[in-house]
Design a protein around this ligand. Structure first.
Ligand code: ZN
Length: 723
């Protein structure tokens, strides 16, 4: 291969090309920009040329610039506006025009209405020289204008390509526009930018919002928290990246001064609410969850068929069937309105076997009940890192009254301390960030916490704090959904969204709820020895409270404005309690499930062996016998964990005679079937005559006195007076 005479100059440098690389254009030696480049005369290079298929011409050295015309538009502009110069037809069909440009500062990318036209190659770039082979087409690079290389100014170049020249050449936005150092990695994790590779201390990959021919036009410098786009020669800090990812500005607008006014404010806000970066937008942190309800709002909330109306709204979201599950979700979300609920009652795991309906259902119920972005925080596929740093409300703001809905979080997320603390209520989270700096988050208050998951590998400790809602993905349900879709398509059913109704649902204030029949419930549980009810009674009471809070404009209040729950709330609470399996918990850890299943088997075996025996005598077994039947389980596990199964009403324990040891010792049996008759009916509750809620009656009497009514002596008496 011969080097044309125009390039046989002292100042021009050449490099070796790795022709076996993908495009056959990559430099062979990594330090080609600094050391591994050669003068034409150097023996090593001459040697290389003897057998080489291609060689590179280094740009930016000796003021050599190569105008790389990928598009005809650019070639036409060059022909019309630039002096004649050494010109090559590339193997790929474009042209390379060589110029000496002593005052050029950097590589320039030329574009017309978003179409890439070509580049002016400078430092950091090289081009295959004339005589080289183009690997993809099999064509050679040929000289098409065999004149000498002209010398021009950068100004001449710019004028020649004026309409295609970038508005600003080097336009990285200055770091920390917001004055806050934001970790750019948090944004990249949250908005997964695909296939980022490490190169030269930076992350390199395809651009996240527009395409990339090379797959490497997007660079991120983690040390500086800056990014750069090589297509547009634009970039900026973390906040600018967020603005671009959220679609507030285009990549080409990411230049100095590109983020101002409302866009700037909007970006700051989303940086805070979505990515947990920066400070709360001004005036927002004190914003109450609830705004004032109007009279019309209250009229809507007073309608007796409130629950039915909510379900009708959920139907307009295209959800059909699973009304029981909808009622559970409505109750759980309404828990955010209850000031005096226990923390763990507001945790809910929604799962289904196929992954078909859980997110549609959960999302739809949230959409109807929670409209405001300050009330509901819906996160899809949150990563452990984001949850650890997640502080969208800012320090000091309470999570009370809000709902966090994590859609299919990673399994690692469920194991995080930050996750467990959120599930348990008010506390501090301490984590280490990337730079091993300690970060502390204070989680104040307790949000309603909903997660959807197909994964059941949730550890025992955690599972105790969660209620699980299993969805029925039966054929029956599918039929309903299909039917609804078809009716919609046929124009037989037009969903009409009642915006006013939804708005007032989310504006409801938080209240304290009194359950006047709670003592009756407790005395029933004690009197009838309902173990599982006794241990779960707080939960049942919370479900009742949530119902009362949702129906707050239809319930009595005492003088302290507390809401008084009634028996309608009891029925709703019981329904939720049963659907969630609180009374016979279906949510068992793997080991618990193995243990219980083994007991069930033993029950069946004994029943077969002694068909005439009485029910109460069947199924008893020693813990050690059960342990022997399950691999990797011990009686010790049972003595540590068994109490929990007894508490949940799954196992009964008793001392029985053991013929083998000739003595009485601890035996157990599966008690699941016995636990189901636990909940009293309203009639049974009224009949228990538990002690009276005297404080409540006093309150009611104070109120009645104000209204000029006579005193009531007891709750029964009060109920009579209401009839
Ligand atoms: Zn770009």
């Amino acid at each position: 291969m011969n080097i044309p005479k125009q390039l046989r100059k002292k100042s021009i440098k050449f490099i070796k090309i790795n022709f076996s690389s993908k495009q056959g254009k990559s430099p062979m030696e990594p330090s080609w920009q600094t050391e591994a480049n050669y003068r034409y005369t150097e023996a090593e290079f001459q040697d290389y040329l003897k057998s080489a298929k291609a060689y590179g011409v280094v740009c930016g050295i000796g003021t050599l610039a190569i105008v790389d015309c990928d598009d005809e538009l650019m070639e036409i502009a060059a022909d019309n506006n630039l002096p004649e110069s050494f010109k090559i037809r590339t193997g790929g069909g474009g042209t390379h025009i060589y110029y000496f440009v002593p005052d050029l500062k950097e590589k320039v990318i030329l574009e017309h209405k978003g179409t890439h036209l070509g580049e002016i190659q400078w430092k950091g770039a090289q081009a295959l020289g004339p005589g080289s082979l183009h690997k993809a087409t099999g064509k050679h690079y040929k000289v098409i204008n065999n004149v000498s290389i002209a010398t021009i100014s950068a100004e001449t170049l710019r004028n020649a390509f004026k309409p295609y020249w970038p508005r600003k050449e080097k336009s990285r936005v200055s770091q920390c526009i917001s004055g806050i150092d934001m970790d750019i990695q948090i944004v990249l994790d949250k908005y997964p930018v695909k296939y980022m590779a490490e190169k030269g201390g930076e992350q390199v990959g395809p651009h996240p919002t527009h395409n990339s021919a090379s797959g490497e036009n997007f660079h991120v410098d983690n040390d500086k928290n800056m990014w750069h786009c090589f297509r547009h020669n634009t970039g900026g800090d973390t906040l600018t990246l967020i603005a671009m990812l959220e679609g507030y500005i285009d990549c080409s607008q990411c230049v100095e001064g590109g983020l101002t006014g409302d866009t700037f404010k909007k970006t700051k806000k989303i940086a805070y609410t979505k990515y947990g970066l920066g400070n709360p937008p001004e005036g927002d942190s004190d914003k109450p969850v609830n705004e004032d309800l109007t009279k019309t709002d209250i009229e809507l909330l007073k309608k007796p068929n409130l629950l039915f109306n909510i379900i009708k709204e959920i139907h307009t979201e295209g959800v059909a069937g699973e009304e029981l599950a909808q009622l559970v979700l409505i109750n759980k979300i309404s828990m955010r309105l209850v000031k005096n609920a226990s923390e763990t009652s507001s945790n809910l795991l929604v799962s289904d076997r196929t992954g078909g309906g859980k997110d549609k259902l959960t999302g739809s119920v949230c959409k109807v009940l929670l409209v405001d972005e300050q009330t509901v925080f819906h996160e899809t596929a949150i990563t452990p890192k984001v949850l650890n740093y997640w502080e969208p409300l800012g320090e000091g703001s309470s999570w009370d009254g809000r709902v966090v809905y994590l859609e299919d979080p990673e399994v690692e997320v469920l194991k995080l301390q930050a996750f467990k603390i959120r599930a348990s209520g008010s506390n501090n989270i301490t984590t280490l960030d990337d730079k091993r700096k300690v970060r502390r988050l204070h989680i104040k208050g307790k949000h309603v916490f909903i997660i959807t998951s197909m994964n059941h590998a949730i550890d025992e400790e955690l599972m105790r704090r969660w209620d699980a809602l299993r969805l029925d993905t039966s054929i029956e349900l599918t039929k309903k959904v299909v039917d609804l879709k078809c009716r919609k398509a046929a124009g037989l059913w037009t969903p009409t969204i009642n915006k006013d109704f939804r708005a007032c649902l989310q504006k409801m204030p938080r209240v304290s709820v009194i359950v006047p029949f709670a003592p009756d419930l407790a005395s029933y549980a004690i009197r009838y020895s309902s173990l599982s009810l006794r241990s779960q009674i707080d939960k049942l009471l919370d479900f009742i409270k949530a119902s009362a809070a949702l129906h707050q404009f239809q319930r009595e209040r005492d003088s302290a404005r507390n809401i008084i729950a009634n028996y309608d709330d009891y029925y709703y609470g019981v329904m939720v309690f049963l659907k969630l399996g609180c009374i016979n918990p279906t949510v068992l850890s793997v080991k618990e499930e193995q243990w219980v299943n083994e007991l069930k088997k033993i029950y069946k075996e004994q029943k077969k062996e002694y068909p005439d025996a009485e029910e109460k005598d069947i199924g008893w077994v020693k813990p050690s016998v059960v342990a022997e039947r399950i691999p990797k389980m011990s009686a010790q596990w049972y003595s540590n964990r068994g109490e929990d199964l007894i508490q949940r009403g799954l196992i009964n324990e008793a001392d029985k005679y053991d013929p083998a040891g000739h003595k009485h010792c601890k035996h157990m049996k599966y008690a699941g079937r016995a636990a189901k008759v636990d909940l009293p009916t309203v009639e049974a509750l009224e009949g228990t005559r538990g002690y009276l809620a005297t404080d409540l009656i006093n309150d009611i009497n104070l109120k009645r006195k104000k209204d000029g009514l006579s005193k009531v002596k007891s709750w029964d008496n009060y109920k009579q007076s209401k009839k």
